[in-house]
Ligand binder design. Structure first.
Ligand code: AHR
Length: 307
């Protein structure tokens, strides 16, 4: 199968003969589950076979899955890299085998961008900036210090690195904002809860939590409530994603603001696969369109929220 990838020799394959191997990060969050469901449904609708593997947030599992797709000579490999670094060897193996690679959702930090054909996903720095913009606006009426705790995503993951960077850039303009604690909660609800429990002991006077995803924010809510405090009031919470549970908490006043990160990448990934099969060159970087939600906007959007 691999020899024909990219429509190089014998022209495009029939869609029902195409085989795509997809290596997913894991099932760490509501976002990830929605992303998996959407991608699987899009390939099913397109009549393209999708081999799927879940790496359980471990890079070694993703490398194994990619090697196995190379061995099976799939036509195209797509994956969402759990962390940014350490991919050059396996991506060079795919290149040597003539199998095009598409990055979805997260970036790699390889210096050689010929190792992948296209990268489809959000601008995470921009997401961090949007979170920072809201914080700056929210506290614009006062000169008091604002103590912020950050719940980071998986260490080394593009969204953890970039969301921290974008946020720090914006709040750094005013020294009343201070990030007094910043720790990873691994993008999970349990991680967010655990880190917040410890945080409330070491820094009981924090004003705001910036969580790199909804799930960690939801875990923080549990910890805050267990400590007898009111999330959204005693401690404000800003998150990223806008999955249904996050939007419900926003509508309920327990989260104060959410920056959207869309998990619905399936249809665009199918388009990229078709372009490669047709011998066309997809755009190198395709940025997902996304918005932000206040509490009022969440109340309005919730009834139609798909995921
Ligand atoms: O890479 C996207 C991030 O991964 C989402 O924001 C988070 O929920 C997920 O685990």
């Amino acid at each position: 199968a691999g020899g024909n990838a990219g429509g190089t020799s014998d022209g495009p394959k029939a869609l029902d003969e195409l085989v795509v191997g997809f290596s997913q990060v894991g099932a760490e969050s509501g976002w990830r589950t929605a992303n998996t469901t959407d991608i699987q449904a899009a390939f099913k609708d397109a009549g393209i076979e999708l081999k799927f593997s879940d790496a359980q947030q471990k890079q070694e599992n993703q490398i194994k899955a990619i090697r196995s797709y190379i061995q099976q000579q799939v036509d195209i490999i797509a994956f969402s890299p759990v962390v940014e670094s350490g991919w050059d060897a396996v991506l060079n193996e795919a290149k040597a085998a003539g199998i095009p690679v598409v990055l979805t959702d997260r970036a790699v930090d390889s210096a050689d961008d010929s190792l992948y054909v296209s990268f489809l996903g959000s601008d995470f720095v921009e997401e961090g900036k949007k979170a920072g913009d809201w914080v700056v606006e929210e506290y614009s009426g006062s000169d008091d210090d604002v103590k912020i705790a950050q719940l980071e995503g998986t260490t080394g993951a593009a969204p953890a690195i970039d969301r921290a960077e974008g946020f720090a850039d914006v709040i750094g303009a005013d020294d009343k904002f201070e990030i007094v604690a910043s720790q990873t909660g691994d993008f999970t609800r349990a991680g967010g809860k655990q880190v917040t429990e410890a945080l409330l002991k070491s820094n009981p006077d924090i004003d705001l939590i910036y969580a790199h995803n909804d799930d960690m924010g939801l875990g923080a809510i549990e910890a805050i409530e267990a400590a007898g405090l009111t999330p959204g009031e005693d401690i404000k919470i800003v998150t990223v994603d806008a999955v249904k549970d996050g939007m419900q908490a926003l509508a309920d006043g327990k989260i104060n603001f959410i920056v959207e990160c869309s998990p619905l990448l399936g249809a665009q990934l199918v388009d990229i696969v078709k372009q490669i099969n047709d011998g066309e060159t997809p755009e190198k970087r395709i940025i997902t369109e996304e918005t932000t939600f206040t509490q009022e906007q969440a109340v309005e959007a919730l009834p139609d929220r798909q995921y």
